[in-house]
Every structure is written in C-alpha cells, then in structure tokens.
Design a binder for this molecule. Structure first.
Ligand code: HEC
Length: 136
C-alpha cells in the first residue's frame, strides 16, 4: 500500500512536469526505479513466506512463493537488460534458476535440497546488492 501511494505520487509529479515542459523528455527512469524497488520488497515478503513454508514443510506453499520470486527476477532481468548491464542480467538469471530449483524441489517434497537452493538464491540477492548497480 505504501508503495502504491509512492508510485502514484511519483507519477503525478511526472505528469505535472510533462505538462510544464511538453517538449522535454520526461525520464522514464523514476517510475521504473520505484517499480524495481516494489519488486524487491515483494521478493523479501516472499522470502519470508518460503522460510515459513520450509518450517511447515509445505511444498505447495514453497513452490508458490518461489515461482513468484522467479517471476519478479524475470522482471529484474528485463530491467537491467534494457540498461545493458550484462553482469547484473546474469545475476538475475542465476536468481531465476535457483528460484526454479526451490519450487521444483519443494513441490517434490525434497525439503533439504529445496532449502539448499533457497540458500543459493539468498546469496544471489546479496551478490547483486553488493554490486550496487543502481549507482552506475
Ligand atoms: C540482479 C540484481 C538483483 C537481484 C538478483 C536482487 N536484487 Fe534486490 N535490489 C537490486 C538493486 C539494484 C537494488 C537497489 C534499488 C534502488 O535502490 O534503486 C535492490 C534493492 C533491494 C531491496 C531494497 C528495496 C528498497 O525499497 O529500497 C530489497 C528489500 C531487495 N532488493 C530484496 C531482494 C531479494 C529478497 C532478492 C532475492 C530474492 C533480491 N533483492 C535480488 C538488485 C537485485
């Protein structure tokens, strides 16, 4: 909800800016960056869902949350692909691959292996953050 408000406020500012300067190229960067942050916060919520589902050994819930993270990482991949940041794209692909493993293994009831893939996924989140691609 907080994010929806932030995105709304931001797009209103952009609309106002566009009205003031009809010929100016209003950067698409700002709302994109907000969307990117929203995906990341959703991914964190889903990470929490996976932790809970691992404890409960609920394969269907693990698979559901991991599949959603995979979709968010696909968006992340497209975002950085548009910015031609090849190393970041590769990390997003790695995250997708680990998320798929978490889902498949979780669904199959292989919780130890699923949890291992989850650990790799979480490491990939941190590896990408340590690169600070948003500062490029
Ligand atoms: C391919 C790169 C990449 C991967 C993989 C990645 N992130 Fe991020 N994440 C970023 C970048 C870049 C930022 C900083 C965005 C900004 O400040 O504009 C970020 C920021 C965040 C934030 C802070 C958002 C905010 O409101 O400022 C959270 C939380 C987060 N990521 C969670 C995750 C989780 C959880 C995963 C793994 C499931 C993950 N990220 C995987 C690139 C990545």
């Amino acid at each position: 909800m907080k994010f929806a408000v932030a995105v709304l406020a931001c797009s209103m500012t952009l609309t106002a800016a566009a009205r003031l300067k009809p010929d100016a190229t209003v950067s698409a960067q700002a709302p994109d960056a907000d969307a990117h942050k929203a995906w990341m916060n959703d991914a964190t919520d889903l990470q929490e869902d996976i932790r809970d589902a691992m404890r409960a050994q609920d394969g269907a819930k693990i698979a559901d949350a991991a599949t959603k993270i995979e979709a968010l990482m696909a968006k992340t991949e497209a975002y950085w692909s548009a910015k031609k940041a090849a190393d970041v794209v590769t990390l997003a692909q790695t995250a997708r691959s680990h998320a798929k493993d978490v889902a498949t293994l979780g669904k199959a009831g292989k919780f130890d292996q699923s949890n291992e893939a989850f650990g790799k996924l979480n490491t990939t989140c941190n590896t990408c953050h340590d690169l600070h691609p948003e500062k490029r």
